[in-house]
Write a protein that binds this ligand. Structure first.
Ligand code: ADP
Ligand code: MG
Length: 261
């Protein structure tokens, strides 16, 4: 049986909390005892940097994984968080859309690599802010898609385009693809707008929206410059508490139980 726990974290908007969610969900899963691999599929490499993997440590990158030059487990690097590895990206991924377009199986490059993923390992894919070939590769390889939604005006705009891409992938290369859920991020409870967006999202999307909402929290935004998930940088911050709570809900949706050490 193939690995059932491959989740793409996608939204074509930039700055909505994809990478922050990928890094902290991955760290929380690892802390709960699950062997976790985060695949950094964004040429900006923010997930790699945020987990403390400097460019000098990126001996192999996700680009070589896509082209089949190196196995993804070989490319994976250990992070400072036990149980958590990252497949780093570099800026050479920026031209992937063009360079990989000539491959006959261009939408299945990541899927092919992940077919050998160890069962029981949780694989999260941090997607770039576009619905191009990289995000499609992630959706073809994944079992489900987690959508971070910034609690701001226009948040729901663009969602139909994203869901349209999911539908296309489901009708084509990956019929088993599901929506894992929608996570509201960067919410400001002093701001009526955040509450309005949350109400709209829950009315439109129902139970797809996770009960936990991630608050805007300065510790969350400071953590990447310390090359750490906020869960490590400031475990008791509001952001950390929220990401741990979200992780528990995420594990329930994946029917995962915490591993007893
Ligand atoms: P994306 O990957 O979707 O482009 P990021 O996760 O990089 O988005 O987040 C965009 C910016 O917002 C980053 O500078 C990040 O540190 C900041 N950020 C994300 N979530 C929060 C939060 N809950 N509170 C404060 N800042 C946040
Ligand atoms: Mg990002």
């Amino acid at each position: 049986m193939s690995n059932q726990n491959i989740v793409a974290i996608a939204n074509q908007k930039g700055g909505v909390g994809k990478t922050t969610t990928a890094v902290n969900l991955a760290a929380a899963l690892a802390q709960a005892g699950h062997s976790t691999i985060l695949i950094d599929l964004d040429p900006q490499g923010n997930a790699s940097t945020g987990l403390g993997i400097g460019t000098d440590q990126r001996r192999h990158t996700v680009y070589e994984v896509l082209t089949g030059e190196v196995d993804f487990l070989t490319a994976a690097v250990r992070t400072g968080v036990p149980n958590l590895q990252v497949v780093p990206s570099t800026s050479d991924l920026a031209s992937a859309d063009v360079e990989l377009a000539s491959f006959a199986d261009r939408t299945r490059l990541l899927e092919k690599q992940l077919s050998g993923a160890p069962e029981g390992t949780i694989i999260l894919i941090d997607c770039p802010p576009a619905l191009g070939l990289l995000t499609v590769n992630a959706m073809v390889a994944a079992n489900s898609v987690l959508v971070p939604l910034q609690a701001e005006f226009y948040a729901l705009e663009g969602l139909s385009q994203l869901l349209g891409t999911v539908k296309q992938v489901r009708q084509g290369a990956n019929p088993k693809l599901r929506i894992n859920g929608v996570l509201l991020t960067m919410s400001d409870y002093r701001n009526n707008l955040s509450q309005q967006v949350e109400a709209d999202a829950r009315e439109t999307l129902g139970d797809l929206v996770y009960p936990t909402v991630i608050p805007r929290n300065v510790r969350v935004s400071e953590a990447p410059s310390h090359a750490q998930p906020v869960l490590i940088y400031d475990p008791m911050s509001k952001g950390s508490v929220a990401y741990r709570q979200f992780c528990a809900e995420f594990m329930a949706r994946l029917k995962l139980v915490p591993e007893i050490a």
